[in-house]
Design a protein around this ligand. Structure first.
Ligand code: ATP
Ligand code: MG
Length: 151
């Protein structure tokens, strides 16, 4: 159901890895986008480490794409693209065209993706999901997962 929200509270990095790998990653398929939304240091990159493990990608390969803008992790069945829009001030057509051309080969996680949600919606053919991350305490995080559109 499109409107269903999934909520998880984790109390450690290890719990976040496990949740990302076991509860969220199995819900996405090739061509889908997952927007990671949450303050600096909330856990977007940490979540990604757990997420990629489900696709047989070594979590040690995951690093913050803040300066590279996009990191590519090759799994056995598909590719996980890890994008960061934090430093992108404005997106042009070429930017979104290129970004979205890769979609059919894998799943794309976009940190700060909410900034350009309209453009993403316009260019993407797969489903778009949003994960909101809230810092509840030093090592406690709340994750809310929901489908944004049904393309
Ligand atoms: N339960 C938890 N889940 C995830 N991270 C946690 C948790 N508890 C503590 N942390 C810590 O929170 C920090 C999360 O950092 P991370 O780089 O994943 O955030 P980010 O949202 O990607 O930040 P940025 O916006 O700077 O890219 C790490 O230092 C991690 O150890
Ligand atoms: Mg990050």
């Amino acid at each position: 159901m499109v409107s269903d929200k999934l909520k998880f509270v984790t109390k450690s990095v290890e719990e976040t890895y496990k949740m990302a790998k076991e509860k969220i990653a199995p819900l996405l398929k090739k061509g889908d986008i997952l927007i990671l939304n949450g303050d600096l240091g909330s856990g977007k990159t940490t979540f990604t480490r757990g997420f990629v493990e489900y696709f047989n990608i070594n979590p040690d390969y995951v690093s913050s794409p803040t300066f590279t803008l996009i990191n590519v992790y090759n799994g056995t069945e598909l590719v996980v693209y890890h994008v960061d829009f934090y430093r992108i001030l404005e997106g042009n057509d070429v930017f979104f065209d290129e970004l979205m051309e890769m979609q059919d080969k894998g799943i794309t996680l976009i940190e700060w993706g909410k900034k350009f949600i309209q453009e993403i919606e316009e260019y993407v053919e797969g489903d778009i999901y949003i994960l909101e991350i809230k810092r509840l305490g030093e090592s406690e995080r709340e994750f809310t997962f929901e489908k944004y559109t049904d393309n």
